[in-house]
Design a protein around this ligand. Structure first.
Ligand SMILES: NC(=O)c1ccc[n+]([C@@H]2O[C@H](COP(=O)([O-])OP(=O)(O)OC[C@H]3O[C@@H](n4cnc5c(N)ncnc54)[C@H](OP(=O)(O)O)[C@@H]3O)[C@@H](O)[C@H]2O)c1
Length: 320
């Protein structure tokens, strides 16, 4: 049984703890919050004795890994601290903000002999694997439209005059960083690096992108990514090949995959039943990776994280 601690007290941390509990392969031993009140309350909610308001103190504990779900801007410095205490790190997306930060993390992780994993929960599910295996069946890919358009309750707060971190540039928020990163990482995982990238942000008054359209160009096809935190999307995502079309109901998680065979004019449903809580799959993979010291899987996931941040970094200037 592995042991771990958490940084951040938002709902996503509770979801991660619940997902890990379901794996029965790791045990939460302590939590961190900036305030004593929240730390105590969060510890009680999750039935752990140990809580901290000082990250450095928490990192002195004898644990295997740290789960980080703080505002994006803080990931790098918190990861550095954790790695230097020889902790494996599971960090929420986007893990880092530049390829330079990625290089520092990668070098440090090697030096301290630990693994780090970016929380791309959508890429570890059985239905995503099914989608990936299905791509060759649709023939040469010619285009794709991937969308993650989800109205955020924090936008209401923003409109009321508050400053939720995810709607500020100071905390590296915005639609691309928060939601666009899901389809972007999916596109890179499925098709590799694009040749070019362009982002068309819809900026709010404070300059942060509330919505945006990201266009990835490849040699033979183009991928259009729509992301938004200020409107609600209802259309599925599609990948168009010369022989057929793959449609998924949502990017994260996928619960329906429809293959349309163009010649036969027939639809086939390919999705499997999977856990509603998709974080279980990424948590399981991470714990497996550190338990088995699976360097190959670690290097593959790190390389994908490098490519995602490399291309994010190229357009972040346009959204910030
Ligand atoms: N995988 C997913 O499905 C998913 C879903 C949601 C979010 N996320 C990721 O998880 C991370 C956290 O997202 P979130 O929406 O929970 O963020 P958030 O609410 O802005 O902040 C997360 C936590 O960080 C602490 N915090 C807040 N403001 C801070 C500040 N100014 N300085 C230092 N600490 C601060 C708070 O904990 P304390 O007050 O207790 O210290 C808070 O609970 C992000 O990277 C996001 O992309 C992933």
């Amino acid at each position: 049984m592995k042991t771990y601690s958490t940084i951040g007290t938002g709902w996503i941390v509770s979801s991660f703890i619940e997902a890990v509990n379901k794996t029965e392969k790791a045990e939460l031993v302590s939590v961190y919050s900036r305030t004593e009140e929240k730390a105590k309350q969060f510890a009680a909610e999750h039935d752990v004795q140990s809580w901290y308001t000082d990250i450095d103190e928490m990192l002195k504990e004898d644990t295997d890994f740290i789960y980080i779900a703080s505002p994006n801007i803080l990931h790098f410095e918190q990861m550095v601290k954790a790695i230097k205490q020889k902790k494996h790190v599971f960090c929420e997306k986007p893990m880092v903000l530049s390829e330079t930060q990625w290089k520092d993390i990668s070098r440090l992780a090697a030096e301290y002999d630990v693994f780090v994993l970016e929380g791309f929960r959508h890429l570890y599910t059985p239905n995503y694997q099914k989608l990936k295996e299905s791509i060759p069946q649709i023939g040469p890919v010619r285009s794709a439209v991937l969308q993650y358009i989800q109205y955020s309750s924090r936008y209401d707060k923003y409109k009321e005059g508050f400053k939720p971190n995810v709607f500020t540039k100071e905390f590296a928020g915005g639609s691309l960083m928060d939601l666009g990163v899901y389809p972007l990482s999916m596109a890179i995982d499925l098709f590799g690096e694009p040749e070019g990238i362009q982002y068309f942000p819809v900026q709010l008054k404070n300059g942060v992108d509330g919505s945006g359209t990201l266009v990835l160009t490849y040699e033979d096809f183009v991928i259009t990514i729509l992301c938004s935190k200020i409107a609600q999307g209802l259309i599925p995502s599609e990948i168009h090949g010369e022989a057929g079309t793959l449609t998924v109901d949502h990017i994260a998680p996928i619960s329906r995959i429809t293959y349309y065979d163009r010649k036969a004019k027939q639809n086939h449903e390919w999705a499997e039943e999977q856990h509603e809580m998709d974080m279980i799959y990424e948590a399981e993979e991470f714990i497996r990776m550190i338990t088995e010291n699976d360097v190959e899987s670690y290097e593959k996931s790190m390389e994908r994280s490098r490519l995602v941040v490399k291309w994010l970094d190229r357009v972040r200037g346009e959204s910030n």
